[in-house]
Design a protein around this ligand. Structure first.
Ligand code: MN3
Length: 200
């Protein structure tokens, strides 16, 4: 039993003009595939073998290869799920209420998340997560770290993320990370985010 590369639920060009087809192809077929293969190699023959990724990633004292490649495997699988050519707009229902409770308004949340993504120095991710008290928080993590990990500043269950590694946007946006982040809001799959939120 090994970790499998998740198929996209849409074609490489489905997210254009917000994310271009070449970026999606390389990101999924090379970067995500690489993390997945290396995650399998890193857990093979260890006590982690056969365990779910969420259990592995929340374990204390992760070896660096498991942390980096396991994070890369898991974070990208979420990222593909949270994107859709039919995305954009705003969430509905309980999540909409929870966003207002935690951030005062949807626009205030959007600004906070965008800022977390824009100001993450170097490579990493921004997150919307549910903390242990059931409250929403925005965070960012370096490298392939995520909110499941034992020793990150803000722990919780991720329900939305954005990849701000240059490989996620450089072909189309070059140094303009802020433009990529702004474009992202047009393709957020709120149905998937709501489903994650309601399953916690
Ligand atoms: Mn990536």
């Amino acid at each position: 039993m090994s970790f499998k590369l998740l198929e996209l639920g849409y074609s490489f060009d489905a997210l254009e003009p917000y994310i271009d087809a070449k970026t999606m192809e390389i990101h999924h077929d090379k970067h995500h595939a690489g993390y997945t293969n290396n995650f399998n190699k890193a857990v093979e023959g260890t006590s982690f073998e056969g365990k779910p990724a969420v259990d592995i990633l929340s374990s204390a004292g992760l070896p660096l290869a498991v942390r980096n490649n396991g994070g890369g495997f898991y974070n990208h699988a979420l990222f593909w799920e949270f994107l859709s050519p039919k995305g954009g707009g705003k969430p509905s229902g309980k999540l909409a209420d929870a966003i207002v409770d935690s951030f005062s308004s949807f626009d205030a949340f959007k600004d906070l998340f965008s800022k977390a993504a824009a100001t993450r120095f170097g490579s990493g991710w921004a997150w919307l997560l549910v903390n242990s008290e059931g409250r929403l928080e925005v965070s960012s993590t370096p490298n392939q770290d995520n909110p499941l990990m034992n020793d990150v500043d803000q722990k919780g269950t991720p329900i939305l993320n954005i990849d701000v590694w240059e490989h996620a946007y450089y072909l189309n946006y070059q140094n303009r990370r802020a433009d990529y982040i702004q474009a992202f809001w047009n393709i957020v799959n709120w149905d998937a985010v709501v489903a994650r939120f309601e399953s916690i």
